[in-house]
Design a protein around this ligand. Structure first.
Ligand code: FE
Length: 206
């Protein structure tokens, strides 16, 4: 009888790609290239990286101008200051949205993404449609996400590579003067860190 993978239950195969990966995984374990423990370690590493890390960096940058400078000049060291390990072979570059430029992140080739900070990219980020349209018609793409920078704001599209990963530092929304860092971080979504969206101040019920 064949052995059942310990994580069979929690990782249902959802696509032919998943099935292929599982087959390769089983072979690599069988041939002693990898162990189950190493695979689990890697999964745990990835699961510990979430967009909340990016939101933390943004909220600190919004409240501490010196930190913002450091985040923009050396993002990995700045991340370390907040206890985040952004170690990765690729450079981590944080690009700042301003009243004159809005940044959008894509990987036209495949799925390069600042995983060491944000974890796995959303599925749409890896889609052929996003990868091609983000460069061709970024404003149309953003509109479909329900967001578009104002007319006259330049849109800068950054193509991620094996050497450079990007994260957007969005603008702090108006009406958030009295919010603390934690409250501010809660406004920063994954999509805003990619640039297909922008943080909004919570609408106040009067
Ligand atoms: Fe890529």
């Amino acid at each position: 009888m064949s052995e059942v993978h310990p994580h069979e239950e929690v990782r249902p195969e959802r696509s032919p790609y998943a099935a292929r990966i599982r087959a390769m995984e089983a072979l690599l374990v069988e041939k002693s290239v990898l162990t189950e423990a190493e695979i689990q370690d890697r999964i745990e590493y990835m699961d510990s990286r979430t967009p909340a890390n990016g939101a933390k960096l943004v909220a600190r940058a919004w409240t501490d101008p010196d930190f913002k400078e450091r985040l923009l000049s050396d993002a990995k060291s700045a991340a370390r200051e907040l206890g985040l390990d952004a170690t990765h072979e690729a450079e981590l570059i944080v690009v700042e949205n301003t009243p004159v430029v809005h940044n959008l992140i894509v990987c036209t080739l495949c799925s390069c993404y600042p995983r060491a900070v944000l974890g796995r990219p959303p599925d749409w980020y890896k889609s052929f449609e996003y990868r091609s349209r983000a460069v061709r018609e970024p404003r149309a793409v953003m509109r479909e996400f329900g967001f578009e920078p104002e007319e006259g704001i330049e849109v800068a599209v950054h193509d991620s590579t094996a050497d450079a990963r990007y994260m957007v530092l969005p603008m702090r929304p108006e009406g958030t003067k009295n919010m603390d860092e934690e409250e501010l971080a809660a406004l920063v979504t994954r999509d805003a860190l990619i640039g297909v969206s922008a943080p909004q101040a919570p609408s106040r019920a009067s």
